[in-house]
Write a protein that binds this ligand. Structure first.
Ligand code: SF4
Length: 502
């Protein structure tokens, strides 16, 4: 996500549903309240229209208390917002009880861009039957609306939610939210049953420690102009009017939370897992469903500086397990050799179907019929050149072979990389090594510097090329895949994956 993610909640507190567990179902709607809410919403949309360039807003989601989309002015406002070129996605949380035909007509008549519209539809079993809800989802899908559906994980509703999953079209994701008022943990059987309905339910159960560094591009705006970073963070000493007029000082704000306890909080954080699962606007919870996912290891699955004994963070693991359950192929894309990757990632190894190893010189695909491999060869003479290059400094050299074939050489700098990003190896040293290789007639070799490691790889060994090879083997287009990584080496791979036209 390149721009600002805005969540908006007006002063609306009323709902046309009357679910027994919901505080807003008892709230009596008044004309005065509606007038106030409408005026706030229209004012907010106007500031968006006037200041959209300065704001760099790209996502707008209405997250009301009560039901907003039964009021036509919310559809009008969403239409206006979707017309702004900077806004890439606009939508709302809703119980889907609005009249679809009239509402979409209003949206279209106001020039709304259907391809930008996103709906998050919550199923309320006390108010609507499974069949009615499924019918509405189908109607919206057929009208070209992007939507997800979901419900609270009430154990007593398990049978109904299973039925909902069975009846909903497969492409509509059904999420399950952890039930806050349960006052006990889910039993393993309940957790397993909900995970069968929603492959990502384990994300709801794993605790994600707060890190407002991942929330610098988001704002929660209230109808009265008060601002927060997200729906559960503290109120900021800054109001929407000041912020939208150009006074921006949100980046350094902290949320004062210990953890991100609900989807609206953790689903809007800028991290690779959100983007892999739910695309550039993860807050709408509509899965991207790539055919394959390629993941760098050091700095992505694990923090960059680590001892090798750390565990994969729970939120990463829950996301990977969800992808695996959802039938999405997982691959590593790493400069680590196969054996080292296997050792570090032993807890999640079974979820993966192989990968691009040793920086692209070794590709592995574990298929039902057995293992397929491709090894790119590094000229043997490269080793003696590297030994000569490092002889005065006593740097350690490691060579990596696959069944005897040399595919990568690494020279380890004796000094640990400091906390800065970058490498211990300066450009002059890398150039010197290239010249030495050329003098020996070794040209088809790549020199790659990463942290402490100076690596020699076969010329064609790059991660992006490794991804192409595996995609060809799988008969899928790289445009149907997605990748995550944190180094310059990963950029080409990320550009390739998910890019249309490949
Ligand atoms: S609580 Fe909200 S602001 Fe804080 S880290 Fe979590 S999502 Fe971000």
């Amino acid at each position: 996500m390149d721009g600002l993610e805005l969540l908006y909640r007006g002063s609306l507190r009323s709902c046309n549903y009357h679910c027994s567990y919901c505080p807003f179902s008892k709230h009596r709607r008044s004309e005065q309240e509606l007038r106030k809410d409408r005026a706030q919403w229209e004012h907010f949309v106007q500031t968006l229209e006037k200041r959209t360039k300065g704001l760099q807003a790209c996502t707008l989601m209405v997250v009301p208390y009560g039901e907003a989309l039964i009021h036509p002015w919310y559809w009008e406002g969403l239409a206006y917002a979707s017309r702004l070129s900077e806004i890439q996605a606009a939508g709302a949380q809703t119980n889907l009880s609005f009249g679809a035909e009239e509402s979409l007509k209003t949206f279209r008549q106001r020039g709304g861009h259907m391809e930008k519209l996103r709906l998050w539809g919550t199923f309320h079993p006390e108010m609507v039957s499974v069949d009615e809800f499924v019918k509405k989802c189908r109607q919206l899908r057929d009208a070209g609306v992007n939507l997800c559906a979901g419900a609270v994980g009430v154990p007593a509703h398990l049978r109904l939610l299973k039925e909902l999953r069975e009846k909903l079209p497969k492409e509509i994701y059904l999420w399950i939210n952890r039930m806050d008022g349960l006052r006990r943990s889910y039993t393993p059987e309940e957790a397993e049953a909900f995970t069968k309905i929603d492959p990502y339910f384990q994300r709801e159960l794993s605790i994600l420690p707060a890190d407002s560094g991942q929330c610098q591009n988001r704002l929660f705006v209230e109808g009265n102009g008060k601002l927060r970073i997200c729906n559960i963070s503290r109120t900021l000493d800054l109001e929407w009017e000041q912020y939208s007029a150009g006074y921006k000082n949100v980046c350094s704000a902290t949320c004062r939370q210990k953890s991100c306890s609900c989807y609206l909080a953790y689903g809007g954080r800028q991290n690779f897992m959100n983007e892999i699962l739910f695309g550039p606007h993860p807050i709408f919870r509509i899965p991207r469903r790539a055919k394959a996912v390629f993941l760098d290891i050091m700095g992505t699955l694990f923090p960059k500086k680590n001892t090798g004994r750390e565990h994969i963070p729970g939120w990463v693991r829950a996301g990977l397990e969800g992808l695996h359950r959802d039938g999405i192929l997982l691959f590593f894309a790493t400069t680590l050799p196969y054996e080292e990757a296997r050792k570090r990632c032993r807890e999640i190894w079974h979820l993966f179907s192989g990968g691009v190893f040793a920086g692209g010189s070794h590709m592995v695909l574990e298929e039902a019929g057995g293992r397929w491999e491709l090894v790119r060869k590094l000229p043997e003479e490269s080793l003696s050149v590297l030994e000569t290059f490092g002889k005065h400094c006593q740097y350690r050299i490691r060579s990596y072979r696959v069944r005897g074939t040399l595919c990568k050489l690494t020279m380890l700098h004796p000094v640990s990389a400091d906390d800065r990003d970058g490498t211990n190896w300066d450009v002059t040293e890398q150039e010197k090594l290239r010249e030495m290789l050329e003098r020996k007639g070794i040209c088809k070799v790549r020199v790659l510097a990463e942290d402490r490691c100076l690596q020699l790889l076969p010329e064609e060994a790059v991660k992006a090329e490794g991804v192409r090879v595996l995609c060809r083997r799988l008969r899928i287009s790289p445009s149907d895949t997605i990748a995550a990584g944190d180094s310059a080496e990963d950029e080409e791979m990320k550009m390739l994956c998910g890019c249309k036209g490949e």
